[in-house]
Ligand binder design. Structure first.
Ligand code: UD1
Ligand code: CA
Length: 455
């Protein structure tokens, strides 16, 4: 019988925030979620999260996981937090204690720890180059663990110890309860320290990778943890056949899928279950949120794509914005300064420059000229623009919706289209051009003279 207790009631004072610390995102995911997912991977009999500070917010956040909650009314230290979960501790079971502020721990490490422990009380330790802030593991001359001393209680000698307590423990239920009952708060912080459970003998399981056990207490540590997570994730994709130019500036959310031979340039954000097929190029500065991108697509620099579909062979950007509900069927081109919203483009259609297409349904092989605007909004309601196959929309056209344009239509540049157009038609709406000889220069000269007379 294994129970996992996750400590998440602390004030998180050092974050200086209105938000609970464990809900801060590390590499695109709230820290507590990493701990819950790690716990789930161990298939325990129960998972209990100890909440306290902003308990409701934390519990609400975790509502979809089937886990239990304990409430620590006052944050009087880590031992007190475990006490708050006492009812969930089975005398004959094992208890794994984790903290909600350690997003980097790996499943293999915890599994190795659980398998190897022989004593009733055990914890993971690691040697840190900069142990500052962590509890130090004090050992006797025979190497047995004597105690863990917190930074604030440590003397000069103890501060020089670089083996630290990671805050991960595995205990026999009954023994844990017995030792918890003996803990007092005679220390620098007047807190009940969980670390004091090791005083009557404990096994320290020394691990190798100090990054894994980084605890996040402030925003600098949050940033460090995020960078490591992002980098680890990027490297996993690289080993699976994705080229990433700079894993240090590649921000991929957990759960994003990327196909082989896709190339990702620096400063790219792939968020929210985005799916990218094989052989896609994503240039620098792009953010894709909930996007589906088929094979052989190029997304050029500084493009934002939200909740949209990009069919194979298409090219998008630079500096394009695909808002939710955009759908490019196949071999489309969406060029610079083009914004799409709930716009569908059929195979082979193009909007290459400076265009807004909102609430639009566009057929195959349509060319949308530079500066085209669908006027889809009357200040209160939205209307649809429908453009059938093989249409050519000349530059600087306004399509005042609702409006329907038939197949093979030619719309002359500079037109304001307010009426439907039949198949094969031409639509032109401009005032006839009037050329007046010499008039241009005459007006300019007059303007110039006016300016000079003012000097
Ligand atoms: C703790 C350990 C320290 C260890 C370090 C590893 C103690 C006394 N110290 O220090 O030895 O090196 O973790 O990162 O245990 N919490 C509660 N209720 C409380 C206080 C804390 O639930 O009353 C929770 C916090 O939300 C957090 C965890 O316990 O998730 C650890 O608390 P924190 O204040 O971050 O402890 P550290 O000072 O980091
Ligand atoms: Ca901590």
């Amino acid at each position: 019988m294994l129970s996992v207790i996750i400590l998440a009631a602390g004030k998180g004072t050092r974050m200086k925030s209105e938000k609970p610390k464990v809900l801060f995102e590390a590499a695109g995911k709230p820290m507590i979620d990493y701990t819950i997912e790690l716990s789930k991977s161990l298939n325990p009999d129960k998972i209990v999260v100890v909440t306290g500070n902003m308990a409701e917010t934390v519990q609400e956040h975790l509502r979809d996981y089937s886990i239990d909650f304990a409430l620590q009314k006052q944050q009087r230290g880590t031992a007190d937090a475990v006490m708050a979960a006492q009812d969930f501790i089975d005398d004959n079971g094992k208890v794994l204690i984790l903290c909600g502020d350690m997003p980097l721990i790996k499943e293999e490490t915890i599994k190795g720890f659980i398998e190897s422990v022989t004593e009733k009380i055990a914890f993971i330790s690691v040697k840190m180059k900069q142990p500052k802030g962590y509890g130090r593991v004090v050992r006797a001359s025979d190497n047995k663990v004597l105690k863990i001393v917190e930074e604030k209680d440590a003397n000069e000698y103890e501060k020089r110890i670089n083996e630290v307590n990671t805050g991960v423990y595995l205990c026999d239920g009954e023994e844990l309860k017995k030792r918890l009952a003996l803990i007092d708060n005679n220390n620098a912080q007047n807190e009940f320290y969980l670390t004091d459970i090791v005083r009557d003998g404990a096994e320290a399981y020394l691990t190798e990778d100090e990054d894994e056990f980084m605890g996040v207490n402030d925003r600098i540590q949050l940033c460090t943890a995020s960078k490591i997570l992002y980098k680890n994730r990027a490297e996993k994709y690289m080993l699976n056949g994705v080229s990433i130019l700079d894993p240090n500036s590649c921000y991929i959310d957990d759960g994003v899928l990327i196909g082989r031979d896709t190339v990702i340039y620096p400063n790219v954000f792939l968020e929210n279950n985005t799916k990218i097929d094989r052989n896609v190029v994503i240039r620098s500065g792009c953010r894709l949120n909930k996007a589906v991108v088929e094979e052989n697509v190029e997304i050029k620099d500084n493009t934002l794509i939200e909740d949209s579909f990009i069919g194979s062979g298409s090219s998008v950007g630079p500096m394009a914005h695909l808002r939710p509900g955009s759908y490019l069927e196949k071999d489309n081109k969406v060029g610079n300064f083009v914004e799409l919203k709930k716009a569908k483009m059929g195979e082979g259609s193009k909007a290459s420059h400076l265009t807004y297409l909102g609430d639009a349904e566009i057929g195959k092989n349509v060319n949308i000229g530079c500066g085209t605007i669908t006027c889809n909004y009357d200040g209160y309601n939205k209307y649809k623009t429908i453009i059938d196959d093989n249409v050519f929309i000349g530059s600087d056209t306004q399509l005042v919706a609702p409006v329907k344009i038939g197949k093979n239509v030619l719309v002359a540049a500079g037109s304001t289209i307010t009426k439907d157009i039949e198949d094969n038609g031409l639509a032109i709406s401009r005032t006839p051009q009037n050329n007046v000889a010499n008039k241009g220069k005459e007006i300019m000269d007059k303007n110039k003279a006016k300016k000079e007379s003012k000097k």
